[in-house]
Write a new protein. Structure first.
Length: 111
């Protein structure tokens, strides 16, 4: 990678740095978001905490749908979503940059 022609071009170094910075900024926002809803500070979102999280974006979500979404995020089936599960699931959903919109909206809706 060190000898890659792509990396040797200054323009690409700048563009790749921007991409890296954007990813790091989104992760920081996701960490803040996770901590905001982890009310018992156990580093896991239980179903109640996760439903509060979901209702920040859609107040009309019913318990059944919220539970199904929770199960999708709870990859290890331990009845809780840790940060890595949340991050990896969002990463897999993020085909169009929608995570940025999601994270920006939480600040408006939560305040």
């Amino acid at each position: 990678m060190k000898n890659s022609p792509l990396i040797q071009l200054p323009k690409w170094k700048i563009e790749l740095k921007k991409i890296k910075d954007t990813i790091e900024e989104q992760e920081k926002s996701l960490v803040k978001l996770f901590k905001l809803f982890d009310s018992d500070l156990n580093q896991v979102l239980d179903l109640v905490e996760f439903v509060k999280f979901l209702r920040t974006f859609n107040s009309n979500i019913n318990n059944e749908d919220a539970s199904l979404i929770f199960q999708h995020f709870d990859k290890n089936c331990k009845r809780g979503i840790d940060f890595l599960e949340l991050k990896s699931t969002f990463s897999n959903l993020n085909y169009d940059g929608s995570i940025s919109i999601l994270l920006n909206n939480i600040q408006v809706n939560k305040i």
